[in-house]
Ligand binder design. Structure first.
Ligand code: FAD
Length: 384
């Protein structure tokens, strides 16, 4: 029996499945198409962990948006009966008195978010792995933590399926079919045509390619991460004792031990721009990145710096020129939408992005003001 879709979502990463679930809650008949499995290891959402932080320096908008996402993550924890958002807190290491962390602290206080300023001696008392010489002070917010990313995709997909959302894996959309009324259907690599009243494109770092005719300015950067096993004192790096850490002035962030006793470290500073993501590089590591992790650790967490067991992981950011997301309707058609360009910091917002896109697509406007994320801030090509 064929089902008449009100919405087809192209891309089953966290944004696609969250939007699908919210669309279903608004009474829509939804099918999600993904070129691989949902979740899959090539997608940005297919990794194990993502940071959930409420701090964005002086940028109140993102702090507010993270605050709006928080109850939705907690609701997902309840519905899935899993700890997808694990609130083990986020600790941010300040190397100067009046930098990014001081701006974050001011915004958190103003917004009534629970937070603490820790002086070096207190930091050392609580978390003896940190070197008080390198750190001027630290900002701790206990409501932050880490999201089990691929499990969150799987759990959302399964909750959405209970609301009759259909998830179709191994369906690669290759063509968008338009007529005078807008987008009529999408066609997959096997030639099958998927019709719907409305379409949402959430194809992650493949979105630029899929919507090539619009010339959406998304640039991919190659981002390295390193997994290392502490040589000693492993117990004190467990999530119950060791919060997510970040030193955004250096770009570094990291997670407690998880998966076979490994800690993960990444760097949020933008890596080299690449034309295309290369899946063969997924498990690679450059000596340069390994060296930079060691020197960061030597300075901030010396007992971790001489790691001997380690491996690399590569992921790609889908960056917009201003690092703000794209959450909008496509300009030339009345029935197709885009949620992309998450620029390496979207995961934490996924539930509020999904909810807002669903509202925009069904009611024409969302409770969250999406003005900052409109496509019109860029010069686009006139689509064919
Ligand atoms: C290394 C790294 C670290 C990050 N750290 C954080 C963090 O700590 N905190 C945070 O908030 N965010 C973080 N992010 C960002 C976050 O992971 C992403 O913003 C988020 O996962 C994007 O989700 P998405 O659904 O848009 O894309 P994806 O998860 O990439 O999903 C897109 C899906 O679309 C499918 N697809 C693509 N093309 C087609 C097609 N033609 N047909 C059918 N299906 C298609 C793909 O197979 C894929 O499953 C990080 C990102 C990276 C890469």
């Amino acid at each position: 029996m064929s089902v008449k879709n009100s919405v087809v979502v192209v891309g089953g990463g966290i944004m696609g499945v969250q939007a699908a679930w919210h669309l279903a809650q608004l009474g829509q008949t939804v099918t999600v198409l993904d070129q691989f499995d949902v979740p899959n290891q090539w997608a940005a959402s297919g990794d194990h962990l993502r940071v959930f932080r409420l701090t964005y320096g002086k940028d109140r908008f993102y702090t507010e948006m993270a605050r709006k996402a928080l109850p939705l993550w907690l609701e997902l924890n309840t519905l899935s009966e899993e700890t997808l958002l694990q609130q083990n807190g986020v600790l941010e290491l300040a190397t100067k008195e009046n930098g990014y962390e001081a701006q974050s602290l001011a915004v958190l206080k103003e917004s009534g978010v629970r937070c603490e300023r820790l002086e070096p001696t207190e930091l050392r008392r609580r978390l003896p792995m940190y070197s008080p010489r390198a750190i001027k002070w630290a900002l701790f917010h206990p409501d932050g933590g880490m999201i089990w990313a691929n499990r969150a995709v799987a759990a959302t997909a399964s909750i959405a399926q209970r609301k009759n959302v259909r998830i179709r894996s191994n369906v690669r959309v290759t063509q968008i079919l338009k007529d005078k009324n807008g987008v009529r259907a999408v066609k997959d690599a096997s030639g099958r045509v998927w019709e719907a009243e409305r379409f949402l494109f959430t194809a992650g770092y493949w979105t630029g390619e899929l919507l090539k005719s619009y010339g959406i300015p998304i640039k991919l950067t190659r981002q390295e991460q390193l997994f290392l096993r502490p040589l000693s004192n492993r117990g004190r790096y467990r999530p119950e004792h060791f919060p997510v850490f970040a030193s955004l002035s250096q770009g570094f962030y990291g997670f407690p031990v998880h998966l076979h006793g490994f800690i993960k470290i990444g760097n949020h500073n933008k890596g080299p721009v690449v034309k295309k993501a290369d899946p063969d590089q997924l498990r690679s590591l450059t000596p340069k990145f390994e060296k930079s992790c060691r020197s960061f650790l030597r300075k901030f967490m010396p007992e971790l710096a001489d790691f001997t067991e380690f491996e690399g992981h590569v992921c790609w950011y889908d960056n917009t020129p201003d690092n703000d997301f794209i959450l909008d309707k496509l300009p030339d058609v009345p029935n197709a939408y885009i949620a992309a360009g998450f620029s390496g910091h979207g995961f934490k917002f996924a539930p509020i992005v999904g909810k807002s896109m669903a509202e925009l697509m069904v009611a024409g406007k969302s409770e969250l003001n999406l003005h900052r994320f409109r496509l019109a801030r860029f010069k686009l090509k006139k689509p064919r």
